[in-house]
Structures are given as structure tokens and as C-alpha cells.
Design a protein around this ligand. Sequence first.
Ligand SMILES: Nc1ncnc2c1ncn2[C@@H]1O[C@H](COP(=O)(O)OP(=O)(O)OP(=O)(O)O)[C@@H](O)[C@H]1O
Length: 587
Amino acid sequence: MNYNLNKYTGKEHKTSNYTAFRNLLQLITHEKKNLVVALLAILVNSTLNLLGPFLIGYTIDHYVQHKQYHGVLVFSGILLCMYLVALFTSFFQTKLMGGVGQRTLFTLRNAIFSKIQQLPVAFFNQNKAGDLISRVNNDTDKLNQFFSQSLMQFVGNIVTMIGAGVFLLIINYKIGIAALAPALLILVFTRILSPWIKRKNAANMKTVGGMSAEIQESLSNFKVIVAFNRRDYFRKRFNEANEKNYTTALGAGLANNIFLPFYAMCASIAQLLVLTGGIYLISQGEFSIGLLVSYLAYATYFYNPLRQLATLWANFQVAMAGWDRISEILALETDLVTVPAAAGHHTSSALLEFKNVHFGYPEGREILHNINLSLEKGKTYALVGPTGGGKTTTASLIARLYDPTQGTVLLNGKDIRGYDADERSMMIGFILQEPFLFTGTVKENILYGNPMYKDYSNEQLTEVIREANLEKLLAIFEEGLETKVASGGDGVSLGQKQLIAFMRAVLRKPDLLILDEATANIDTVTEQLLGEILGKLPASTTRVIIAHRLNTIENANEIFFVNSGEVARAGSLENAMEKLLHGVRMS
Ligand SMILES: Nc1ncnc2c1ncn2[C@@H]1O[C@H](COP(=O)(O)OP(=O)(O)OP(=O)(O)O)[C@@H](O)[C@H]1O
């Protein structure tokens, strides 16, 4: 399955605004109560604001023109109260929707993070960490901003606009129509430009992701960069990413603000039409000054929210572009699902078997062709072969980091896909070529993902370690179990990292233990010690050792030579050596 998220660009443009809006709303359906209260608050707010111009016009015609200042004072008081209540409702809905936005952000981030955790290794091969971080952090925040700041303003502005439009048409339908006509232009303009605005914002988010990916790559490889003095190269690459982001941000900024001057112009034209028409009607005795003041205010009340809607519409396009990027992740499903055991399930003396297995990485050539092999319980197997020959790939299929493109892998006679991830990872221990350690202590790292000793005290764990013959390895660490390990394993040597990974795998007591170049950075004496520990594993444990240093596999019961898409029995160590020296290389 192809997990490359950046292949999905363009798909989002097919979603209509209406569908996207409905999808966005579905994210907050569980907030129904808060939404209803916020909606009521915004309705009250808009209604109070809408009544203002009418009361002002009324006051002018009935009290100001007749110099009845008592009435003016009374209506001023009423207006003040109305504006205070409007202020309170506005504050209240802002608070409510702020909560809705933050909770949505919280839920979305959790959902994306746990989805990412469920996805298979192929997903991580095909996507850059920086881009994923940007999706989890930045894109979700765009939705938060939409829900907390824009959604209710959106509703409020629409209510105010409709209210103002109704007042304009009721007071005098001829001037009303003239006042509203320029809005049609806005409608057409908005419709035409919306897809373009969304595209501009999607492009901008993509470049933010690209920039994060550059930062992540250079930060995680800073040692290589310093050692090879490649700072300029990475500076240049970052500069390019930054420049792309700058260009797309300018484009998105322009797109997001392009409505504003056009809206302002339409609003001014409307005011001009109202003023001309109003003065003409006053001269004909059909209109009063108070009504004209109300009218001008309603025209403003119609066009101001419309102008704000332009910004809000742009926010909506930004949120939709963000949602597209987020939903691309949420829509992904792992193809490493647990499937019911196939009918062909048979009992077998072999712990693990490959039956006509083919495998290739997505969009790559086939790495393994029609492999058949069988690993017996309690035996030690070695995989040797040239660099890039396919040893790690074979081991990854044994541990089900990937599924074969054709054929079946059987574990204990049952399709390996029939085991759930917990069962499988307890049965198969994999010491990777590049062991990764987490920030914490040696203890936390060796107990990682191991429920058996989760609540053990240091004393109990030391006893377990002694029973597993690992105490000499632990003694290499100055502070034993409590030795601190920094993020990614900095602060401990590469060899020490491999020892921690070794202890982590052995303590899980797997049925099958895979060591992929697991001793490549370990001194000969310690390596012998590891050999002894491996020798003392329970008699039923099967070991698969990948090694370039052939002395480490002297004791293997069987040696497989992995190259050119084949996994062939090599027979003796000498044979394997001969193949290695004179064989045809794949890479
Ligand atoms: N994640 C990946 N995506 C695409 N191709 C890959 C990936 N990992 C490995 N390959 C390709 O698969 C082939 C086999 O690689 P593999 O890592 O299995 O070789 P190996 O025998 O373990 O090599 P080494 O001895 O260097 O560890 C190589 O040509 C490599 O380029």
C-alpha cells in the first residue's frame, strides 16, 4: 500500500464547500449543548445590535427633531443597556467557543497521534517526520482557530446581515434593492475565488510541512553535518524550503485578503446609493432624516459583516485545507491487519516458514523472489550476504514489519497475520541494526514494551536479569539500572545502545530472537559474552543472526545466503564465505 501523504495533494479540491463544512461540523457534534448556548448568545447579540439603528432613527425623528431631550435620555439609556448585554453575550460565546476549539484540538491531536502509532513501518518510510509533526501541530491549530474564533462570528455576521437586509427592504424596498445590489457582485466574486484561496492555503501548509521536515532532518543528523562540515549545504536547503514557504505564504496572504478591498468598494457604492436615493426621497417628502440615518447604519450593518465574512471565509478555506491534510492521515488504515487464520492452518515442527514469499518496497523493484524457508524451534540461523542483499528485509518479513507482496509467512504453522501485534511482538524479539533508546533510564529502556516486569522493583529486576545471565552486561553501565539515557540514546555509546537493546529483547523471552548486526559495535570480549548468553537462552528459542563478521555465526545450525532476491542454503561457513567473495551482487 502506498502511504505517501504528499501523493494525495489535489484530492482535497474535489470536496465541495458544503460537504467540507458538514465534515468540519461533525468534528464538534458532541459539543451540541455548548453550540446551542453559543448560538443563542450570538443571536441575542446580533438582534440587539440590529435594533440599535432603528431606535436611533426613531429617537431622531420623535425626540431630537422635537427637542424632547427627556426622551433622548431614556432611549440613550435603553441603547446603553442593550449594548452592555450585547457585550456580555459576545464575551460569553467567545469563552464557550474557545473551549470547543481547544477540546477539538485536543481530540484531533490525540486521534492523529494514535492513528500514526497504528500505521505500519511503510508509512514512516514514505513520509518525513517533520511534515507529520506539522500536521499534528499546525494544521490542527487551524481548525481550533476556526472553531474558537470564526464559526460563531460566521453565524453572527450572517444573522446581522440578513436582519439588516430585511430592515433595508422593509423601510424602503427601492433604496433597499439599490443598497443590496453590490452584494451580488461579492457573491459571484467569492464563489469564483474560493477554490483558489483553498489551494493557496493548502500549498502554504505543504511548504510549512516541508520546512519542518528540513529542520527535523538537520537536527537529527547534526553530528554528520558538523563532521562533514555540511552546514552550508543544509543552510542552503533550509533557505530553499524557507523561500518556498515565504512565496506560498505571500500567495496565501494575498488570497486570504483579496476580498477586503473589493468588499470595501462594494460597501462604499452601497452607501453612496443609499445617500443619493435617501436625499432624493427626503426632497420629495417620502423619507425622514431619522430613517436615512437608520438606513445608512443598516447599510453599514449589512456590509461590515459581509466584509468580516470575507476574512472568515478565508479562515474557513484555511481550516478546510488543514482538515484535508489531517483527514489524509485519519483515512489511512494499516495494511498489517490481523486476519482470521486461513483454512490451510497446519501443525508444523517449524517455528517459522516462508511459503513462496515475494516482496518489494512500494514503488521499488522486487527484493525477494519466491522464497521458501523454514526455521526450526531451538535452532540458530545466520543470514549472510552482501550489503543491500536483502537480509534486513528478510528479517523484517519474519517480524512482520511488512507483509509479503505474494506468498505467506507462517508462525507456528499459522499465518503470521493471524496473530495480533501484542502476541506477535511477545513471540518475536527483533534487535534492530540501529537500536533506538528513549529518554529515561536503562531500566525503563530494557522494560520498554514488556508487561511481565512492569511493576518490579530494582531488586526483583536484578534477580530476573541474573537469571537471564545478563548481569555482566548490566555491570557495564556505571549506575546499573538507574543509568540515565538521553533522547535517542545520546550519552551512551553505540555499543552500549546495542547492549540495552539486547537485554530488552532477551528479557521478553521471545520464541524467536532476531539480531540484525546487533553486535557490530561491540568489543570481542563482550561479543563472546553475548554469544554465551544466547547459548543459555531456553532450548526452544530460535535465533536468527544477521552478521557481516562471519566469526559471530560459527555456531549457527544453518546459514542462509541472501542476495539477488534469493535466500539460499549456504551449507558451511566456508561456502558462505566463497559466495560472499565471488557471488554476483545485487546492489
Ligand atoms: N525502506 C526501504 N524502502 C525502499 N527500499 C529499501 C528500503 N529498505 C531497503 N531497501 C532496499 O532493499 C534492498 C535490500 O536492503 P536490506 O536492508 O534488506 O539489505 P541488507 O542485506 O540488510 O543490507 P545491509 O547488509 O547493508 O544491512 C536494498 O537494495 C535497499 O536499497
